[in-house]
Write a protein that binds this ligand. Structure first.
Ligand code: C5P
Length: 233
């Protein structure tokens, strides 16, 4: 199975499924985020599953434990494979989420949003944040101790997190750009082979594939690079 998860950052089921059909057997894992899910509801997830695809539902749950547990049950019933919850929702919320998960569903914790600066974090938590990386590691350990199955993390932090949490914990990394590709709005990027060598289990790779003139070819090239990095791992 491929490590690449392609995000369906489009606004209709039609566009999403056209991309899925274009990539065909090369890709069996797709990420559905807030925008597409809010526009289409669960129908797009059902369509993907009907096509034999796995779904990462990236809706970053953060609410009271009872409400999060209900949403996790709904995602389990839908047949989703990966679902995000915010570690900052706290241990009780994470416990409730873990207890509510069933079937193949695996829960990923979001530690610190990559858009947050240390200053903003300091404003939120009302204390000086000396190292974002330490906060990420602390929250990743809490998530692991509360039976989360993994975390979403930058590839640049992956080997450090891997050292903290051990091997039996998923690390899913966005912000991937093949060497020479346009960074677009991503600041802290790694190549597919760097992410794999750092210990990432899955790589979320969007525009380098979806905005390419030849998405299937771009994906194949990335998969070749990943395969070579796996052999060297
Ligand atoms: O097109 P690109 O490869 O930048 O897409 C990355 C995907 O990963 C997008 O769906 C984006 O929302 C998501 N993501 C991210 N950075 C995070 C968490 C999620 O880029 N920290």
């Amino acid at each position: 199975m491929s490590r690449v998860i392609v995000p369906l950052d489009v606004i209709s089921s039609g566009e999403a499924l056209a991309l899925v059909d274009l990539l065909g057997d090369r890709c069996d894992f797709y990420k559905v985020g807030f925008e597409l899910y809010t526009r289409t509801g669960p129908d797009v997830v059902r369509e993907l599953i009907a096509r034999g695809k796995r779904v990462f539902l990236d809706i970053k749950l953060h609410d009271i434990p009872n409400t999060v547990a209900g949403a996790v049950r709904a995602a389990s019933d839908l047949g989703v494979d990966l679902l995000t919850v915010h570690a900052a929702g706290g241990p009780t919320m994470l416990d409730a989420a873990a207890k509510a998960a069933s079937g193949d569903l695996r829960l990923l914790a979001v530690t610190v949003l990559t858009s947050l600066s240390p200053d903003e974090m300091g404003t939120v938590w009302d204390r000086e944040i000396r190292s974002v990386r330490e906060e990420v590691g602390r929250l990743a350990l809490m998530a692991r101790d509360r039976n989360m199955d993994g975390v979403v993390a930058s590839a640049l932090e992956t080997s450090w997190i891997r050292g903290q949490v051990g091997d039996d914990f998923l690390i899913v990394t966005p912000g991937i750009r093949p060497a020479g590709a346009d960074r677009e709005d991503q600041n802290r990027v790694a190549t597919p082979s760097e992410a794999v060598r750092a210990g990432a289990d899955y790589l979320v790779i969007g525009r380098p594939i979806t905005a390419s003139d030849d998405p299937a070819g771009a994906l194949s090239a990335i998969q070749d690079e990943i395969e070579q990095a796996e052999q060297a791992r």
